[in-house]
Design a binder for this molecule. Structure first.
Ligand code: PLP
Length: 404
């Protein structure tokens, strides 16, 4: 008899490493060189983690042989606590902080600790797809609210509020946003906080790109606006500190913790069931947060990351049938294809054919739960020279399929 996967996995996807990625591995095994613009993984593109972080892990490796407290090492949690003070988030104590194996693990833990069968969670569309899958994996129902491209990809508050039902438990905010590159306006964040408080919804806010900001964009931590309901902020080492492989992240509880005693108990149980986050990396968190913030050099107009993002935006915007909202943060551009101008039917066909013909791998907008099949995401981590080669190929593909 065939061994079937859990029914909870039916219809779940993670296209960033999904079927089209498998196809690219197959092409590589046949000897083709693929330009991979699918994963936001800085190190392989020459974005090294700060030396002081690497040194700290090496120096402390002998001290890191045993399990740590499930919530995390004292020094790491204190460093995150101190970080909240620099962000003007008062009243957060070490007990409000959990360390995890990346934000990914904390997203899964925090959903599993919350959701009962059939509970609904409002997730942005487009989203970083782990948020949708983690709700579904926990037995909940992800309900997508729209982010409006015409409004710089800010969340549509009317749509968000319209989708609240008796079963809604929480809402998710991703700011700065993956895949759109949006950094949300203060008024929009205040509006989301008011809606959450009015309907007693927990606010999950994924701020893993909070230091990757361009052209003076201002990031407002959601926790500043949420007081009468629970707010859960996530951050980590993977992007701001280019240390994705070290798997280090944190979760910060703020707002109405007194109303959430049982949930926090659940979260603590979930953390203890996985014993602890990997310990060597925890030693680096204090150094990362308290050290030289070299990400600022990379996002400055003279910095490598800035130049790459702007190049991708400028060149894609100039291509036939493509429009692209300028990113204010994160590592990506999320252009729109005017499908009426091309001989392919949707974003998925575009992505497969681009890979087959030009050996460039990007991710279709539908992989981010975007309902319209007409966007794709480009990771802007390769050097300007490599990115130009990839963009030349995308352009050649678009021109070859352009009608008229
Ligand atoms: N959240 C967002 C918005 C992301 O883009 C990513 C990774 O791309 C993650 C979370 C996962 O981060 P981590 O490496 O900390 O698990």
């Amino acid at each position: 008899m065939e061994i079937l996967k859990s029914q909870r996995l039916n219809n779940l996807r993670y296209d960033i490493r999904g079927p089209v990625y498998e196809k690219s591995l197959e092409l590589e095994s046949q000897g083709y060189k693929i330009i991979n613009l699918n994963i936001g993984n800085p190190a392989p593109f020459g974005f090294d983690a700060p030396d002081e972080i690497v040194h700290d892990i090496i120096l402390n490796i002998r001290n890191a042989q045993g399990y740590a407290d499930s919530r995390g090492l004292f020094a790491a949690r204190k460093a995150v606590m101190h970080y909240t003070q620099t962000l003007n988030l008062p009243g957060i104590t070490i007990n409000d902080i959990f360390i995890g194996n990346g934000v990914s693990e904390l997203i899964l833990l925090s959903m599993q600790a919350l959701i009962n069968e059939g509970d609904e969670v409002l997730v942005p569309a487009p989203d970083y797809p782990l948020w949708t899958t983690s709700v579904a994996l926990s037995g909940g129902k992800p309900v997508h609210y729209v982010c409006d491209e015409a409004a710089g990809w800010n969340p549509d508050l009317a749509d968000l509020e319209r989708k609240i039902t008796k079963k809604t438990r929480a809402l998710v905010v991703i700011n700065p946003n993956n895949p759109t590159g949006a950094v949300y306006d203060k008024a929009v964040l205040e509006g989301i906080a008011q809606i959450a408080e009015r309907h007693s919804l927990i606010v999950f806010t994924d701020e893993i790109y909070d230091k990757i900001l361009y052209d003076g964009a201002q990031h407002h931590p959601m926790a500043r606006f949420v007081h009468d309901t629970l707010c859960i902020t996530m951050g980590g080492l993977s992007k701001n500190y280019r240390a994705a492989g070290f798997r280090g992240g944190w979760l910060i509880l703020s707002g109405a913790r007194a109303k959430a005693k049982s949930y926090i108990e659940g979260l603590t149980l979930m953390a203890s069931l996985r014993l602890c986050a990997n310990v060597p990396t925890q030693y680096a968190i204090q150094t990362a947060l308290g050290g030289y913030q070299s990400i600022q050099d990379l996002v400055h107009p003279s910095g490598r990351l800035y130049k790459q993002i702007m190049l991708a935006h400028e060149r894609l915007t100039a291509m036939p049938g493509i429009t692209c909202t300028k990113p204010k943060g994160a590592l990506y551009v999320f252009p729109k294809i005017d499908l009426s101008q091309f001989r392919f039917k949707d974003d998925n066909e575009f992505v497969y054919d681009l890979l087959a013909e030009q050996k460039v791998l990007v991710v279709a907008g539908q992989g981010f739960n975007y309902p319209q099949p007409d966007h794709f995401r480009v990771v802007c981590l390769p050097t300007v020279d490599e990115l130009n080669v990839a963009l030349d190929r995308i352009e050649a593909f678009l021109v070859s399929r352009h009608i008229g």
